[in-house]
Design a binder for this molecule. Structure first.
Ligand code: GLP
Length: 241
């Protein structure tokens, strides 16, 4: 696991954006896995800034988001669909049909999970997949538990995840309790993984991920098995290393 510690969030975000931009510059039809959350916001705005300089096109790029809440309509301000549109997709020339996000409003969650998994596979391996990390060590919405779920699946969110994500909602009771997420094998199938973490609140999870035993109790620890992963963190997130 390569760990790069940057002195601040801005530098982290610029480096992460460089990984994304270089992937697309090297392969115009790259397949990219994308996260949501506060952490990748700086990366997305750096990508948009570069796009505005007319140096890059996303016309042939395909994206796959890691996860989506179940039960929020696409236009809900907290849906990951809306997040991606607001922070990235509406600002670049990506084609609508090349954007993939699990459908959290599906009437058949099982079928949607299978379809999503198949779509990821049919696109070929993701050339690069960006991840954040939850305070409890989750990746995507793969929550701590007794075993690793390999494929795209429905997940029951842990109370600490609901508490952490409630900061975006008016009322904690509005936070969905279930979600659809790529599974661990789906995540590990990416050719390259870049994980971002910022701030003291992530320090413990980052240290466990990098130096701890591989355990489903801290899902990100499984990333130790990936051969091409770069972890980009700020000094505070590196505090326990
Ligand atoms: C959410 C997302 C994860 C993300 C995590 C951390 O639960 N499902 O993909 O990595 O939160 O988010 P943040 O970057 O806001 O700390």
């Amino acid at each position: 696991m390569e760990v790069i510690t940057k002195s601040n969030y801005q530098e982290m975000s610029l480096l992460a954006a460089k990984y994304l931009l270089d992937t697309v510059k090297g392969k115009s039809d790259a397949v990219i896995g994308l996260p949501t959350g506060s952490t990748p916001l700086g990366m997305y705005s750096a990508v948009v800034e570069e796009y505005r300089k007319n140096t890059i096109s996303f016309q042939n790029v395909k994206t796959f988001n890691l996860d989506e809440y179940i039960g929020l309509i696409k236009t809900d301000e907290n849906s990951y669909y809306n997040f991606m549109n607001t922070n990235l997709f509406s600002h670049i020339d990506i084609k609508k049909e090349n954007i993939h996000i699990p459908d959290g409003m599906t009437g058949d969650v099982k079928k949607e999970c299978t379809n999503y998994e198949n779509k990821v596979r049919q696109a070929g391996s993701m050339d690069i997949l960006f991840l954040g990390i939850g305070k409890n060590g989750h990746i995507g919405f793969n929550e701590p538990g007794d075993f690793f779920e390999p494929y795209t699946h429905e997940v029951q969110l842990k109370q600490n995840t609901i508490n952490a994500n409630s900061r975006f909602f008016e009322n904690i009771h509005d936070v969905p309790t279930t979600a659809i997420t790529m599974g661990i094998k789906t995540i590990l199938s990416a050719k390259k993984i870049v994980l971002l973490a910022e701030g003291e609140s992530k320090a413990e999870a980052v240290a466990e991920m990098v130096n701890g035993k591989i355990t489903p109790r801290l899902p990100a620890s499984i990333l130790q098995l990936h051969d091409n992963i770069t972890v980009i963190i700020d000094k505070k997130a590196a505090g326990n290393l």
